[in-house]
Design a protein around this ligand. Structure first.
Ligand code: GLN
Length: 491
C-alpha cells in the first residue's frame, strides 16, 4: 500500500470517499509512524482508548455514504485544548492528572465533523514560550536539521508539538493556539502552514487560558488548502465564549481559488529590522516579486508603532496570565502539595507546580498590575495597544494584505536562546502585532536557508479577512512551489 502519510487532508478525504483506502488504513499508517517517532517528543499522550472506536465509526459512515467533512482524518490536538476524559495538562506539572469533564468547543467541532484524535501534542508550559523548552515533558524536536549537523533544533513554540508532528507526518493536521505567534512561528520553523484566525473567530471555550484578550485557536497543516479545511470546522460562533463573534463561517476552502490579481499587498517598512538576516530580507523581496508577477500591486506602507508591539505584548500577556493562572492553587485542579497550613499549601503547590518561565510571567504580570505600577505599565500598554490596532486598521484602508517574514530566524538549537528571556521574546517581533490588533495571520513555507532550514512568510489580513488571506497565501504557495521534506533521521 502507498504511503498515506504523504497525502494532504484533501487527498485523504477524497481517497476515503472514493474507497481507495479506508479510515482504518489511514489511521494505522499515521499511528505506526507516530509511535516510531517518539524521538521527536511531539505527542505526549496517545488517545489509545477512543481513537479506534472513532476510526471504526468513520469507516461505517463512509460505507453508508454519510461521511462528514473530516471523516476519518487523523488529527493531533495541542495539549492546551481540554479533551473529555483524556488528560490535559498544558505541559505543566501543576495540571498533571487533570482529566477534563468536558470537551473544548474547537475540538468538539472537529469531532462532530468526523475527525479522529490520535493524541495530545507537546507545547510550552501554558503556551508560554517560543521553543517548546518550557514544557514539563521536555521539548518537542524539529524534524529539520542543519545540513551535515546533528544538533537538535527547536520546532518553535508554543505549538512546537503541533508543528513537529505535522512536519514529520505523524498526523494529518493539528490544532494549535496563538497568543503572540504560537501558531505562525512554529509553522515557519518547520515548513508547515499555520493560520491564526481573527480574534473571536474560533471559540476559546475549553482551551486552557493564557492571555484571554489575545488567545486564538487555529490549525497547523501541510498546506494552505488543508488549513482552510480545518478552519471551516474549527471556526464558528459559541455562546459559551463571550468574545466569540456571531458571524457566518464562509467556505474557506472555496476561498483558495482566484489568485491575487488586482490585490494590493503592503510591505510594512518598519518590519525591516536592523540586523535582519540577508537571507530573510531576500526571501521577503523575492516573494513580493512573485506576488507582483501574479498581478498584485505591491506598495510600501508605514506602521511606525510596530516597535512598541513587543514591549506592549510582554506587559499585557503576563498581566492576563497572572490573573488566569490564579486558579491553580492546589484546590480546584490537578496537583496539590500538602501542608497543614493552607497558605503554605498554596505556596508549595504553586512553587513546585509551575516552571521557571511561568513563574517569571506571573511575577511580571502581578507587578504591572499592582497599585502604583498599574497606570505606568498596564494602562499605558493598553493605550498603546489601541493605537497599534488603529494604525493597523488604517493600513488596511490602503491595502488588502500585508506581507512580512514570519520569524526573525530559522530554527535554532535547543539551549541556544534559553539563557536570555529577552532574546527568546524577540522571536515574536513579526507576529505579536496581529494578536494585539486581533487580526488574522498565516505563515507559509517560503524556502530553505543556506543551512537547509525552512523560513516562513507571513500574510496578515484585516479582521475577518481570512478569505482574502487564504486566497493570497494559496497564490503565493503555488508561486513558490516549496516541496522540500526533512530527512528522516529520527525513526
Ligand atoms: N512566544 C510568545 C510567548 O511566549 C507567544 C506564545 C503564544 O502565542 N502562545 O508568549
Amino acid at each position: 500500500m502507498a504511503d498515506l502519510t504523504t497525502k494532504t487532508i484533501a487527498q485523504l478525504r477524497d481517497g476515503m470517499r472514493a474507497k481507495e483506502f479506508s479510515a482504518a488504513e489511514v489511521f494505522d499508517q499515521y499511528f505506526t509512524r507516530a509511535e516510531n517517532s517518539r524521538a521527536l517528543n511531539a505527542f505526549v499522550r496517545f488517545n489509545v482508548e477512543l481513537a479506534w472506536d472513532q476510526v471504526k465509526a468513520s469507516d461505517e459512515r463512509i460505507a453508508k455514504g454519510e461521511a462528514r467533512p473530516l471523516e476519518g482524518i487523523p488529527m493531533g490536538i495541542k495539549d492546551l485544548f481540554c479533551t473529555e476524559g483524556l488528560e490535559t495538562n498544558a505541559a505543566s506539572r501543576i495540571l498533571y492528572g487533570f482529566r477534563p469533564p468536558y470537551e473544548s468547543t474547537v475540538s468538539q467541532n472537529l469531532l462532530d465533523d468526523g475527525a479522529v484524535f490520535m493524541g495530545k501534542l507537546n507545547l510550552d508550559e501554558f503556551a508560554m514560550g517560543s521553543s517548546n523548552e518550557t514544557s514539563a515533558h521536555g521539548p518537542a524536536i524539529n524534524p529539520w536539521r542543519r545540513e551535515g549537523e546533528e544538533t537538535k533544533l527547536t520546532p518553535g513554540g508554543s505549538s512546537g508539538g503541533s508543528a513537529a508532528a505535522v512536519a514529520a507526518r505523524l498526523c494529518a493536521g493539528a490544532t494549535a493556539t496563538d497568543t503572540g505567534g504560537s501558531i505562525r512561528q512554529p509553522a515557519a520553523l518547520t515548513a508547515t502552514v499555520g493560520l491564526k484566525p481573527t480574534y473571536g473567530r474560533c471559540s476559546r471555550w475549553g482551551i486552557v487560558a493564557f492571555a484571554s484578550s489575545l488567545d486564538q485557536a487555529g490549525p497547523i497543516a501541510k498546506d494552505v488548502r488543508d488549513s482552510a479545511i480545518l478552519l471551516n470546522s474549527m471556526a464558528g460562533y459559541d455562546p459559551k465564549d463571550s468574545t466569540s463573534i456571531d458571524r457566518p463561517v464562509p467556505d474557506y476552502e472555496q476561498a483558495i481559488a482566484g489568485g491575487v490579481k488586482g490585490m494590493k499587498i503592503g510591505i510594512p517598512k518598519e518590519y525591516r529590522l536592523d540586523g535582519m538576516s540577508q537571507e530573510i530580507s531576500d526571501l521577503w523581496t523575492k516573494s513580493a516579486k512573485l506576488l507582483e508577477e501574479q498581478g498584485a500591486e505591491i506598495v510600501e506602507v508605514s506602521l511606525p508603532l510596530t516597535k512598541y508591539a513587543l514591549p506592549v505584548y510582554y506587559i499585557v500577556a503576563p498581566a492576563e496570565a497572572s490573573s488566569n493562572l490564579a486558579r491553580y492553587d492546589g484546590v480546584k485542579y490537578g496537583v496539590r502539595v500538602e501542608d497543614d497550613n493552607i497558605h503554605e499549601m498554596y505556596k508549595k503547590t504553586r512553587g513546585e507546580g509551575f516552571g521557571a518561565e511561568v513563574k517569571r510571567r506571573l511575577m511580571i504580570g502581578t507587578y504591572v498590575l499592582s497599585a502604583g505600577y498599574y497606570d505606568a505599565y498596564y494602562l499605558r500598554a493598553q493605550r498603546v495597544r489601541k493605537k497599534i490596532a488603529m494604525e493597523m486598521a488604517a493600513a488596511f484602508e490602503q491595502v488588502d494584505l500585508l506581507l512580512t517574514p514570519s520569524s526573525p530566524s530559522a530554527a535554532f538549537g535547543l539551549g541556544e536562546k534559553s539563557a536570555d528571556p529577552i532574546e527568546m521574546y524577540l522571536n515574536d517581533v513579526f507576529t505579536v502585532t496581529a494578536n494585539l490588533a486581533g487580526v488574522p495571520g498565516i505563515s507559509i513555507p517560503g524556502g530553505l536557508d543556506a543551512q537547509g532550514l525552512p523560513l516562513g512568510l507571513q500574510l496578515i489580513a484585516p479582521a475577518f479577512g481570512e478569505e482574502t488571506m487564504i486566497r493570497g497565501a494559496a497564490a503565493l504557495e503555488e508561486a513558490i512551489g516549496f516541496n522540500a521534506q526533512p530527512t528522516e533521521w529520527w525513526r
